[in-house]
Write a protein that binds this ligand. Structure first.
Ligand code: SF4
Length: 294
């Protein structure tokens, strides 16, 4: 930490106090609510998570209540959020916590089933007020731009991120970095002219998103690159299968293609079903009867 770091900290926290997003999960320090929100937010947009987060907490207000729920009920409630395995990971963690209590360190949180580095750090900072850095792609981008240090190793980025977390405000700090990355210092464009960090940021006015993408080796920068339609992904087919099982309870394997009303090729359905069974998201009975896990 040097003088510039102190100025970066003060400027970002001041901006966050005035401009930070008011989100339901930021109004609580309940570690269970924070954990639910963080797992929902991993691959789903904030606007879609907000109503689902509140509905989830109404249905299962405590970690003990969630631990006693059936996987099938969880998957039903999760329906539409995508990446259904997240619901089962949340369930596994809830059962562990209900049995043994909440860990009180970041490392202890990371040891919970299905909880990775980011989620452990987020719960540590947001719920327990521990000095932890919830390093996601937004944080990496913002920190790299501040220091004009694109290309640092993950270990170097983590060290730098942790060094900057103010011990008196780890929750506000991590939220502030997320908000800056989501609203001003975005991957596709950096709005340096209205950025509160511009005075101290070594990349102010110099960001070239295309060059950054090339340096990170990410696809999508070329003129001919075209994003894949969601309907063409296996994730879409997996979601349709789970939705059909939520609606019907169970389906004969041979009838599964007809149970999905989108005309998806049988080979794609079979492949998606195989992966769902392997991931424990669908049970296949001895007679080929498919259902969600009980
Ligand atoms: S000045 Fe520009 S590059 Fe630096 S943090 Fe702000 S938006 Fe990002």
């Amino acid at each position: 930490m040097d003088e510039r770091d102190g100025q970066l900290q003060a400027a970002l926290l001041e901006w966050y106090a005035a401009e930070g997003r008011d989100l339901a999960w930021r109004r609580t320090r309940d570690p269970y609510a924070v954990l639910v929100s963080e797992i929902m937010l991993q691959q789903t947009q904030v606007s879609r998570v907000e109503p689902r987060f509140e509905a989830w907490l109404r249905r299962w207000p405590t970690v003990d209540a969630l631990a006693e729920a059936s996987p099938a009920d969880l998957l039903g409630e999760w329906s539409g959020l995508g990446y259904n395995s997240r619901a089962l990971r949340l369930h596994a963690a809830a059962r562990e916590i209900a049995a043994h209590g909440w860990p009180d360190t970041e490392a202890g949180l990371r040891a919970l089933p299905g909880i990775g580095d980011y989620t452990a750090a987020a719960v540590a900072a947001f719920a327990f007020g521990l000095q932890a850095a919830a390093v996601d792609t937004n944080q990496v981008r913002v920190l790299d731009r501040w220091d004009a240090a694109l290309g640092r190793s993950p270990r170097e980025v983590r060290r730098r991120a942790l060094e900057l977390v103010p011990p008196e405000a780890p929750d506000a700090w991590n939220h502030a970095l997320m908000d800056l990355g989501a609203t001003i210092c975005q991957a596709r464009a950096a709005a340096c002219d209205r950025c509160p960090m511009a005075t101290w940021c070594l990349s102010a006015g110099l960001v070239d998103p295309q060059a950054e993408r090339a340096m990170r080796g990410k696809p999508g920068g070329g003129a001919g690159a075209r994003p894949q339609r969601f309907e063409d992904t296996q994730r879409y087919v997996r979601g349709r299968i789970v939705a059909a099982l939520v609606e019907r309870g169970s389906v004969e394997r041979d009838a599964l293609v007809d149970a999905i009303p989108d005309g998806i090729e049988p080979a794609r359905v079979a492949s998606a079903l195989t992966s769902l069974v392997a991931d424990g998201l669908v049970d296949q009975g001895p007679e080929g009867l498919l259902s969600l896990p009980r």
